[in-house]
Design a binder for this molecule. Structure first.
Ligand code: DOR
Ligand code: ZN
Length: 406
């Protein structure tokens, strides 16, 4: 049925929404809910194809809706990786079938993986992708561009085809050397030593130099430290088309989390010390950080339970990002305008997306307890389990269809 609903936006203005809703989803008038644009997640790993024991688009779409998201950009480090036009088409067919099964027409776009043997494919797929993903250092999967010649070629081809390059900025060679240096350490916290801040900065400097050379639009994924922020700030001040993303785990977890979370805290780039969290919040206020990507990277509990070295990197995050941000708002750390800018406005601008009418209605005062049992993600755990947060999404509206989250 179609109904009209009166909702207030963040400035208190009443907006009339025509909505197609199920009887049980009807929003009560004067509920005190606040309207935000539905969230865009520019960075997810939904694991199709090949890694569907961790996640698939049926479970991930439910998790996205529950988190207030209606648009996601998926990463190419699947099995096989998304590195040819054919593989891109195969992946889209699988995703479309899975979304149809759960009847959730989630908006999505795909990143194309840069692989040195398939760079000629880039021109063939340029109109079908959101950008090129470059792993400058190895992470989950085998995708990596670890030689300067190939990296140069990616930035040149991207510029020629007016494509954005998204970089996982960690220097492979430096990482290798540090792995040897710390070979006798077996604790999970050594992860932050091996993948140190200079490792990230070296890669960022290289990427920015190539953007200077070719004017390639550069999106720096999961910025985690004060030093990276300084490099990005300087590039922006110099007028380069450089954009920065941070993640919920770099904002809301830190190196002290290893003690409690053990392998669940292992993620690339790694968690940093608390002073870097403060630097990230400051960079958001200053507009140096543009977006937040959940970097939703689910692994099973059994996989994360393994000793350091065998335990894969990555944490799930798409269901908990908005509650964490709203909780930060309740503590005075973020304004609602900043949340909108991080979760939709800047992504729309950077990725040149057209507008849609998707919205999320949030209750700024509702208490949300993160519990593994209530999650929709297939991996079934969250590094934030046990946290009690103030503020959460209540309804997500995708294509005029209202989904009740409660
Ligand atoms: O921790 C990570 N996990 N970082 C990445 O770059 C990849 C991701 C994954 O796919 O598991
Ligand atoms: Zn990622």
């Amino acid at each position: 049925m179609i109904t009209r609903q009166s909702i207030r936006d963040i400035h208190g203005t009443v907006i009339e929404l025509p909505l197609s809703v199920n009887q049980e989803d009807i929003i009560q008038p004067d509920t005190g809910l606040t309207l935000l644009p539905a969230l865009i997640d520019p960075h997810v790993h939904f694991r199709t194809p090949g890694l569907e024991h961790k996640e698939n688009w049926r479970t991930a779409a439910l998790a996205a809706i529950r988190g207030g998201y209606t648009t996601v950009f998926d990463m190419p480090n699947t099995i096989p990786p998304t590195i040819t036009k054919q593989l891109l088409h195969d992946k889209k067919a699988l995703i479309n079938a899975q979304l149809k099964e759960v009847n959730i027409p989630l908006h999505y776009q795909l990143f194309f993986g840069a692989d040195k043997n398939h760079l000629d494919e880039i021109a063939n797929v340029k109109d079908e992708i959101v950008g090129i993903k470059v792993f400058m250092g190895c992470s989950t999967g085998n995708l990596v561009i670890d030689d300067d010649e190939s990296l140069d070629k990616v930035f040149r081809l991207a510029a020629e085809n007016d494509l954005l390059v998204a970089v996982h900025a960690e220097d492979e060679e430096m990482m290798h050397a540090r792995k040897k240096e710390f070979a006798d350490r077996k604790d999970y916290a050594v992860h932050s030593e091996i993948r140190s801040i200079p490792v990230a900065c070296a890669a960022i400097q290289k990427a920015i130099a190539l953007t200077k050379k070719y004017r390639t639009r550069l999106y720096i994924l999961h910025v985690s430290s004060r030093e990276e922020i300084a490099l990005i700030d300087a590039a922006k001040q110099a007028g380069l088309p450089v954009y920065a993303e941070t993640t919920p785990h770099h904002l809301f977890l830190d190196t002290t989390s290893y003690e409690v979370l053990k392998g669940k805290a292992v993620v690339n780039p790694p968690l940093r010390t608390p002073e870097h969290q403060a630097a990230l919040f400051k960079a958001i206020r200053q507009g140096i950080i543009d977006t937040i990507g959940s970097d939703h990277a689910p692994h099973t509990l059994a996989e994360k339970d393994q000793p350091y070295g065998a335990c894969p990197s990555g944490v799930p995050g798409i269901e908990t990002t908005l509650p964490l941000l709203l909780d930060a708002h309740s503590k005075g750390l973020l304004t609602l305008e900043e949340i909108i800018s991080l979760t939709s406005k800047r992504a729309r601008e950077i990725f040149r997306m057209s507008d849609n009418n998707d919205i999320v209605l949030v209750d700024l005062n509702k208490i949300y307890r993160v519990t593994d049992a209530n999650l929709k993600t297939k991996c079934g755990w969250s590094p934030y389990a046990g946290r009690v947060l103030r503020g959460c999404p209540v309804y997500t509206i995708l294509g005029g269809q209202c989904y009740n989250i409660a």
